[in-house]
Structure formats: structure tokens, C-alpha cells
Design a protein around this ligand. Structure first.
Ligand SMILES: Cc1cc2nc3c(=O)[nH]c(=O)nc-3n(C[C@H](O)[C@H](O)[C@H](O)COP(=O)(O)OP(=O)(O)OC[C@H]3O[C@@H](n4cnc5c(N)ncnc54)[C@H](O)[C@@H]3O)c2cc1C
Length: 550
């Protein structure tokens, strides 16, 4: 197993001290380091073995220039790689710490597998509650779980996987801070890298991202949006602000008619009506909210009656909902000497704006587009067992980045159920296959036996799954229904297609809000967040949201 680290450091002495100090690099032991000098810098190439066998535990990094040896042994890496009998455990490398990756890492039996996670995000994000944090209904830390809290995890690398070498069973990763590259070898690879926001190459969206255009996918996006909204209100309330600039700053555009856009717009409306009205009353009459959707309706995956209901409610809130309207681009112009950002729509109309939240679709992440794997619209094609074809059952893909034969939608419920299914396959069946035996190197991993699908959303009711579902070796998705909130006290729940033993019906209004809150509260992964979330809801309802900007 070989790991390659390439680093650019000012001098050989600095390299040595950096290597000693850098705890990330200390985790690995290395077999060689070669250096060449150029432009006053030393250029080091470090070949590092990650988590090799116990006998190799005291290997080192050595500079070829002076043969000085730096011990970077990380004993955790070694002992976690063996089971209680001292035998090596197969290594399962998981790329991504979202719904699919985090769930899988939690559920795999660490006594059977050496589980390692590679992800730029060192936390799991409970995405359904993300729109609430963007306006301060909830605090950011209440909707995440650190990866390192996973019991028995072999190792976590805060890095982006950049390249998958199927022939060598190696993933080349790039450290998030210095861009240092290193390799992690695997016996089994589970790709769960998710998708990113799709700009559809719309003019200026990528360039102005983080300035006036914001995605809503990660926690840092929600933080950016929250700061931007508060900045707009503070700047707009400045007595010297020109009218054209004030009106622009108070114009908010949400692009996309899916659940994320609708929920964010509802949250923003709540924030404006409950908090802005109290603290910036003079600005209220200048605020403009616009939701733009290229298709003919919002909440396209929901029952038509519910989409219509949601649309009616948005209109009642004086939100300008523009259907069949695509964003053609964003321009920066000078009007009355003021720099203004303008959204141009395909129908020729324009709206000046201060903040645009872009949630219009999904695109593959670089790892997937650069891979040589077979893709269908940017998603990795997998079979009914979530295996990537032609990898002898050594590589799996799940969650948003994978597409199954029945083309399931990219949702958290699909990602979570796939992770639970795969964990059962590994724990019950794949653990019996001796993947470390060199005789089996070219042998196809046997198919799993029966696995019970995960219909019930809660572990405590999982005993019902066996009674309600037919087990099968293949992954079987169970529809648990769909929900979208509408801020405090409102929302829609669609149970028309659900496999749950409930009436096949739709719910809207206060009852759906109750279903939404209780479901997401009880789905939290830690007691801490189960306590924090209702506290923040209560605080926002009674005392309002925090409007400090820092
Ligand atoms: C705001 C919002 C609200 C949502 N609400 C709902 C909802 O209510 N219900 C529902 O069913 N679905 C919802 N979704 C969709 C749901 O969140 C996704 O379908 C789900 O997150 C997919 O899980 P995943 O693990 O495949 O991907 P993600 O959860 O996106 O995780 C991908 C992981 O891969 C990591 N990663 C990215 N690039 C790399 C790389 N190169 N190397 C290694 N790791 C990498 C990321 O950091 C991340 O940890 C929502 C999504 C958003 C954004």
C-alpha cells in the first residue's frame, strides 16, 4: 500500500519540522522521500504507506538528500487494522460523509472491517434542516454530527478524493489545507461523494458565487447566506444609501422550484415578517421576494394538489412566483452611479437583486466526472446490489452520485436506505469472503443473501421491517413519503405513494408541520441535537431570531 505526498516547502529544515509538527502526516509511515531543488524551494515527493501490516509498523519517512529519518508511525492506524485475533481486517474506504457515507460508516461493524472515511466535510449534515439555519431559525452546529464521533472508525482523512485507480485499488486524495496529495489503498471502495449545485453555465453565476449568488448545499453556504441577508438589511438601513441601491439590496431571488428553494423562501418570509418587521420596520415596504422556476410548477415530485396548495400560499405571502421562467444570466451594471446586480430572465424581464439563492439542479463532482466509470447523466451506473460493474464487487457507489437500474431520485431517504442495505450486506455476507487472501484477488465477490429493506424511518421500529417487507438480495427502495415545510406552522406531507402502513393521503397546514417537526427531530443522530433543535425552535418562536452579523 503506497501513499504519495507531494509538498512544496521553503527549506529542508522547514520540511523536517513541518513533517514532525503536522499531525496528519504523522499518521502515516513512509518508505522514501526524494527532493529536488528549484526557484529557492525544495520540492518533496513522499511515498507513504498507510496503515500497513503490524510488522511494518516502524517504517519512516527519509529524505534522500541527507537520509535523515523522521518517524511518522501512527500506532492507531496499525492496531485498528487488525481484529481481536491480531489478523488484518479488510479495509473499507468510504468517499463522502453525507447521508450515504456517514450512515454506512456508522453501521459497518468495526470488529470486522477497518473503516476509513475520506471527505472534505468533517461532519455529517442533516440537510432537510439546512434552510432553517440560513435565516437563524436553527443554529448551524445543531444540525451536524462530527465524523470522528463514529465509534471505532479506523481513520478519517479531511481531504478530497481526486482519482480512483481501479487496477491498483488506490484512491488519490488531496488534503484540504495544503493541497498535498496522498494515496489510500482499499480492499473495498464505497463512493458516496454526492453531487454539487448545477449552474447550467448560466452567465456570471459561478463568478458571483459567494458574493451575491449563493448555493444551499453545505453548512458554509447557509452561513454565507445568513451573513449576506443581514448585511443587506444593515446596508439598506444606512441613511446615506441611494434609493436604487437600497431597493436592490432588499430584493431577494430564489432560483428553483424544488423543496429546498420553497422551504428556504418560506423561512426567509418568516424571518422578514417576524424579525425584520420588528428590528427594521422602515424597510418592510421596500422588500421584494421573487421565486423563479423554469418548469410549469413548483414541488414537481409532489402530488399536484399539494404543489398547488404550496403555490397558493406563496402567492398569499406576496411572493412573486415566476413559473416557466429560466434565469438567462446575471449582469453587473451602473445605474445612477451605483453598481447594481441584475437578474435577466429568458422572457426578457429583469429584476435587480442583492441576494440570489441558487438551488436549480445537481451536477457531478469533479471526482466522478474525472473517473473512468460509466456514468448516466453524471451519476455512476450501479447494479441492483449497488456494485460498480466490472470491479469484481470491490467498488460500490451509493447516494446522489449513483444511479440504480430503477433510476431512483437523488434524495436523503434513498441515500440512507442504500447505506443501511450495504452495511447489512457487508456485515452479514461480505465479511465471510476472504478478500485479503491473494488467491481470491481475481475472484468475484459472491452476491449477498436476503436483506430486509428499511421501510421504517426509525431504528426503534425496525423490527416491523421484517413483518412489512419482503427480503431480497437486491436493494429495494421503500417510499416513506415526502415532506416540505412552510416555515412555522405550515407545510405539506405527501403519503400518496408511500409504502408505510399509513393512509395513502396528503396532509397540509398545521398537521403537516407537526409531522415534519416530529419526524426530523426523532431522526437526529445524537441526543445533543434532539435537545438543541427544539430549544432553538422555541427560542426563535418566542424571542425571535438572532440578527447579529459577525
Ligand atoms: C438544503 C437541502 C435540503 C434537502 N432536503 C431533503 C429532504 O427533506 N429530504 C430528502 O430526502 N432529501 C433532501 N435533500 C437531498 C439530500 O440531502 C441528498 O439527496 C443527500 O444528501 C444525498 O446524500 P449523499 O450522501 O449521496 O450526498 P451528500 O449528503 O451530498 O454527501 C456527499 C459527501 O461527499 C463529500 N464529497 C464531495 N466531494 C468529495 C470528494 N471528492 N471526495 C470525498 N468526499 C467528497 C461531501 O463533502 C459530502 O460529505 C436536501 C438537500 C439539500 C441541499
Amino acid at each position: 500500500m503506497t501513499m504519495m505526498v507531494m509538498a512544496l516547502f521553503p527549506s529542508a529544515a522547514a520540511v523536517r519540522s513541518s513533517l514532525v509538527a503536522c499531525s496528519a502526516i504523522k499518521r502515516y509511515w513512509a518508505s522514501s522521500i526524494s527532493s529536488i531543488s528549484g526557484s529557492g524551494y525544495w520540492y518533496y515527493q513522499v511515498h507513504v504507506n498507510v496503515g500497513a501490516s503490524p510488522t511494518a509498523a516502524f517504517s519512516t519517512i527519509a529524505s534522500s538528500s541527507n537520509q535523515e529519518v523522521i518517524d511518522v508511525t501512527h500506532h492507531d492506524t496499525i492496531y485498528r487494522n487488525t481484529n481481536s485475533s491480531g489478523n488484518p481486517k479488510p479495509r473499507v474506504v468510504i468517499l463522502g460523509s453525507g447521508w450515504a457515507g456517514f450512515t454506512l460508516a456508522r453501521r459497518l461493524h468495526k470488529s470486522l472491517f477497518d473503516v476509513r472515511v475520506v471527505s472534505p466535510a468533517n461532519h455529517f449534515l442533516f440537510t432537510p434542516l439546512l434552510p432553517s439555519t440560513a435565516v437563524g431559525t436553527l443554529e448551524f452546529r445543531a444540525i451536524q454530527e462530527p465524523v470522528r464521533t463514529i465509534q471505532g472508525l479506523g481513520q478519517y482523512y479531511q481531504a478530497k478524493a481526486r482519482e480512483i485507480q481501479l487496477d491498483k485499488q488506490i484512491v488519490t486524495c488531496e488534503d484540504l489545507y495544503k493541497g498535498v496529495k496522498f494515496d489510500v489503498s482499499y480492499d473495498y471502495l464505497c463512493i458516496a461523494g454526492g453531487m454539487k449545485s448545477n449552474t447550467f453555465n448560466t452567465h456570471n453565476i459561478q463568478r458571483l458565487e459567494g458574493v451575491v449568488v449563493f448555493f444551499l448545499k453545505h453548512l458554509y453556504h447557509a452561513r454565507q447566506i445568513r451573513n449576506r441577508i443581514l448585511e443587506c438589511f444593515e446596508r439598506a438601513s444606512n441613511p446615506t444609501i441611494p434609493t436604487v441601491q437600497r431597493d436592490r439590496l432588499l430584493s431577494f431571488i430564489v432560483v428553483g422550484g424544488g423543496p429546498t428553494s420553497c422551504e428556504f423562501m418560506s423561512e426567509l418570509h418568516d424571518f422578514i415578517n417576524k424579525d425584520v418587521a420588528k428590528w427594521y420596520p422602515d424597510l418592510m415596504k421596500h422588500i421584494k421576494l421573487t421565486l423563479v422556476e423554469a418548469g410549469p410548477g413548483i414541488l414537481g415530485s409532489f402530488d399536484k394538489a399539494l404543489s398547488d396548495y404550496y403555490l397558493k400560499k406563496l402567492n398569499e405571502k406576496n411572493i412573486d412566483v415566476r413559473l416557466n421562467t429560466a434565469v438567462a444570466g446575471v449582469d453587473e451594471r451602473y445605474i445612477e452611479g451605483e453598481q447594481i446586480t441584475v437578474a435577466r430572465f429568458a422572457d426578457g424581464t429583469e429584476v435587480n437583486f442583492g441576494t440570489m439563492v441558487w438551488s436549480a439542479g445537481l451536477a457531478p463532482v469533479r471526482l466522478i466526472t474525472n473517473s473512468n466509470l460509466n456514468l448516466d447523466r453524471g451519476r455512476i451506473i450501479v447494479d441492483d446490489y449497488l456494485r460498480v460493474p466490472d470491479t469484481r464487487g470491490r467498488v460500490f457507489a451509493l447516494g446522489d452520485c449513483a444511479v440504480t437500474p430503477d433510476k431512483l431520485p437523488p434524495t436523503a431517504t434513498v441515500a440512507e436506505q442504500q447505506a443501511l442495505y450495504l452495511a447489512d450486506c457487508f456485515n452479514t455476507y461480505y465479511s465471510k469472503f476472504d478478500v485479503l487472501d491473494t488467491k481470491n484477488a481475481m475472484v468475484e465477490l459472491p452476491l449477498p443473501g436476503d436483506v430486509t429493506p428499511y421501510l421504517m424511518p426509525w431504528n426503534i421500529l425496525s423490527f416491523l421491517n421484517k413483518l412489512l417487507c419482503n427480503s431480497s438480495p437486491k436493494f429495494q427502495y421503500q417510499n416513506r413519503g415526502a415532506m416540505a415545510s412552510m416555515g412555522f406552522g405550515g407545510g405539506v406531507v405527501d403519503l400518496k405513494q408511500t409504502h408505510l402502513p399509513s393512509p395513502k393521503t396528503t396532509i397540509s397546514g398545521a398537521a403537516s408541520y407537526l409531522v415534519w417537526t416530529s419526524t426530523y427531530l426523532t431522526k437526529q443522530l445524537s441526543i445533543q441535537n434532539m435537545i438543541l433543535i427544539p430549544m432553538y425552535w422555541f427560542k426563535a418562536l418566542i424571542f425571535g431570531r438572532d440578527i447579529s452579523r459577525f
